[in-house]
Design a protein around this ligand. Sequence first.
Ligand code: HEM
Length: 166
Amino acid sequence: MDIATWLIQTLHVTAAIIWLGGHLTWQHLILPTWFRQPIETQRGLGRSLVARYERVVIPTALVVLVSGVLRGTVFGRIHTIDDLSSRYGLAWAAALALIVVTFVIGARLGTPGVRAYLDDDGAWSVAVRGDMGALLRRRRAFVSALRVELGVMLVVLALMFVMRFS
Ligand code: HEM
């Protein structure tokens, strides 16, 4: 592997570790801890957590996408449309399509879902008085979107190994 290919691969794998690792930490460590805080402090805490999380996740996701495209094409085996019909090419194209799906889920359901959760004044004011119903419905919507995103990312990770051994 030449130095340029090694650099792009290292960038790709590092960004992928941060993205996937960040996603797993967010879902399995940060969210459950956030939701266990006293209801009076949850909203403010959530606003700062979400802002910080987005600052890390959005750029790293874009680096994974761009470096993955370059690693497969300029620095890889895909140079013509015909190359897409090989096992390597099919796995690469599927990874690309699936990662676009995760971006769409994040942009259409994840981010708007968490904003709707944080901005629903009515749901928060009744939750402080003990009625959590409306807030929990909002919470379930964006947590489900995150679970689907994570599932798709794990399928993409499996495709990386299909490419590696093609
Ligand atoms: C969740 C997202 C992703 C993760 C966690 C991920 C992770 C990885 C890892 C760990 C490798 C190194 C595999 C190895 O050498 O054994 C790799 C390689 C690679 N990835 Fe990704 N990746 C992701 C998304 C993508 C996407 C969207 C593309 C295409 C647009 C892509 C294209 C590639 C290519 C072409 C390689 C080099 C494969 C080879 O020739 O051995 N990756 N990726």
